[in-house]
Write a new protein. Structure first.
Length: 174
């Protein structure tokens, strides 16, 4: 059964990891797992899904809320960043993909061998890369640190990806 946009957004925001799909040169999809935060909710909401379970929202401080409103729009903003996990470079191919074509999709899901619990939620949108010390980068890092304990002691210093969501969709077993 299809999820409503609000329910797809709620389930997506509650997930701990998503998969980011970008468009590689030649049009092939490129898919990677990412940590993320939902900065700006639908229809002018200013909550951040940032606690460990993402079921309880916290209010953004005024600087983050202002950045989220400026970046976002109608359906919200999802952010992720290049962090300290081992990589050969911080200039990842996904960043080049977004610079070339900002259309992206993020997918979160829940699998259970009892298929009655299956669901997926997708955020489609337009992404751009922001570098430190831009205010948008600071807002992304702050939201990620609120959501993931690993980032409180060691915040991401690499580029951030900011996605302006244009569509939420999803499905559940029902």
């Amino acid at each position: 059964m299809n999820l409503s946009e609000d329910e797809a957004r709620r389930r997506f925001a509650a997930a701990r990891v998503a998969r980011l799909a970008t468009i590689a040169p030649g049009g092939a999809p490129r898919l990677v797992p990412v940590t993320f935060a939902v900065l700006h909710g639908p229809r002018g909401s200013n909550s951040v899904e940032a606690d460990s379970t993402s079921k309880v929202s916290t209010r953004e401080d005024s600087a983050t809320a202002g950045v989220a409103r400026a970046l976002g729009g109608g359906l919200g903003t999802v952010v992720t960043a290049v962090d300290h996990k081992p990589k050969s470079t911080t200039r990842l191919r996904r960043l080049d993909d977004i610079a070339r074509d900002g259309r992206v999709s993020l997918l979160a899901d829940e699998y259970d061998d009892d298929w009655s619990g299956l669901w997926w939620a997708r955020a489609e949108g337009v992404a751009h890369v922001v570098e430190p010390p831009a205010p948008a980068h600071a807002a992304a890092v702050q939201a990620l640190a609120q959501r993931y304990g690993q980032y409180r002691d060691r915040p991401p210093v690499g580029p951030a990806i900011v996605v302006r969501v244009t569509r939420w969709s999803g499905w559940y077993h029902g």
